[in-house]
Design a protein around this ligand. Structure first.
Ligand code: ZN
Length: 412
């Protein structure tokens, strides 16, 4: 038995079983009583419905990832990667083009599987709980736009990586690291102007109380930005959100139209104050720094495994290649990725408390911040009482009750 084959199978199955354990504990932690903080916004019936929503999503997620796991295991065991490699090599192109065909086909196949999952989630589950606003036409258009973008942007960076590993020798990982980081920063930079408008319409916020209060607050906090925009989120879902896009003075604030509709001016300014808090406390910079360091670490490790014959044997490959090695390495990297994400999630949760405190202090209306958090949780049917394991493994934000209690403690 090939040792890498054994390791990869153990990792894939172990990862699924870990998820299953955490999700089961999470569902078992549900209680029928409405938490005291939410007694004024949830009645028993609506609270029960929010828990049913969580149950249904969890079952569906476990079922679809179980099917995906089985397909992956069968694909590996049956030598599917080698069949794909023969197909890519049949074009008799150079290493980079062959690699692009190999990766492109693999990603297209997984996207096709993914579209069934996404369609069921949108048109069955989200529809049933009243969230869905997407038409089939928008859904299909989104799918093709995302696919083309992934192929185009992913193709550029994948070709660059293949080129470096093919020609730059021992320090190729270093070139890959620098190129990937620069490319990612570039994409983030152009995204609000070039990529996001492909999916949503951004309309400048009309003059009025909300705009005045946002601008007044931003001036007081010396927060430079390019403008405040309303985004037509209601085209797809009734769920709501707000975010910042871009860097420095070209930063834009985007508010979902669904958010503006359901919140008071003070609540909206509190939400933006929270987002600005992330910038003021340098959370964004720190998170970018963490991701730069882990990317470098990943490329270095990757460079150690690329020409490992034993690893290629595990996938029943006839030929060694850099492009296939990148995918095989990603299987080995999964547990490390999980460990890294534990740290970055924990850091992110800490940042959320700091941004809440920043918003409550600088805007001076902690109750508005609390009301906004409550409304967001109710509108999105969020889980109010997640199991601590679930929080530990996958929450980038602290559970809402803990955030509310922390905000209350700031002023008492
Ligand atoms: Zn935040």
């Amino acid at each position: 038995m090939n040792i890498y084959f054994l390791i990869i199978f153990t990792l894939l199955i172990g990862d699924y079983l870990l998820g299953l354990t955490v999700e089961t504990a999470n569902l078992r932690a549900l209680r029928l009583d409405v938490p005291e903080e939410f007694a004024d916004v949830y009645d028993r019936e609506k609270y029960k419905k929010s828990q049913q929503y969580l149950r249904e999503n969890t079952f569906f997620e476990l079922a679809s990832s179980g099917v995906f796991l089985i397909i992956t295991l069968v694909f590996i065991s049956a030598g599917g990667f080698n069949v794909l490699d023969r197909f890519a090599r049949a074009f008799k192109a150079g290493e980079i083009i062959t690699g692009l065909i190999f990766a492109g086909t693999l990603i297209a196949l997984s996207q096709v599987l993914g579209i069934f999952v996404a369609a069921y989630h949108t048109f069955v589950i989200e529809e049933k709980y009243g969230f869905n606003r997407t038409t089939v036409r928008t859904f299909v258009a989104d799918f093709f736009k995302k696919m083309l973008l992934t192929m185009f942007l992913g193709g550029i960076i994948f070709a660059l990586i293949l080129w470096f590993f093919g020609y730059a020798g021992k320090i190729a990982w270093l070139y890959c690291w620098v190129a990937t980081v620069l490319f990612e920063l570039f994409v983030v930079f152009i995204s609000p102007v070039v990529i996001m408008p492909l999916f949503n319409k951004f309309t400048p916020l009309e003059a009025g109380e909300l705009k005045n209060k946002i601008e007044e607050y931003a001036r007081k906090e010396r927060f430079a930005m390019q403008g405040v925009y309303i985004l037509d989120g209601s085209r797809r879902s009734s769920k709501s959100n707000a975010f910042f896009a871009g860097f420095g003075k070209s930063r834009r604030i985007a508010l979902y139209d669904t958010l503006v509709k359901g919140h008071t001016v003070d609540e909206l300014v509190s939400i933006l104050a929270h987002e600005m808090g992330h910038y003021k406390k340098r959370h964004i910079l720190k998170q970018i720094a963490i991701s730069i360091v882990t990317t470098g670490f990943m490329f270095y490790l990757m460079s150690l495994f690329l020409n490992n014959r034993l690893l290629f044997d595990a996938f029943k490959m006839e030929h060694l290649s850099i492009y296939a090695g990148l995918f095989f390495f990603s299987f080995l990297f999964t547990p490390l990725q999980t460990i890294i994400s534990l740290f970055s999630h924990a850091f992110s949760r800490k940042c959320e408390y700091q941004a809440d405190a920043y918003a409550a202090r600088t805007y001076g209306r902690p109750q508005a911040m609390i009301d906004a958090l409550k409304k967001l949780s109710v509108n999105n049917l969020s889980n109010l009482t997640p199991h601590p394991w679930k929080v530990f493994f996958s929450y980038t934000h602290p559970p809402v009750l803990e955030r509310i209690r922390a905000i209350k403690n700031i002023h008492s």
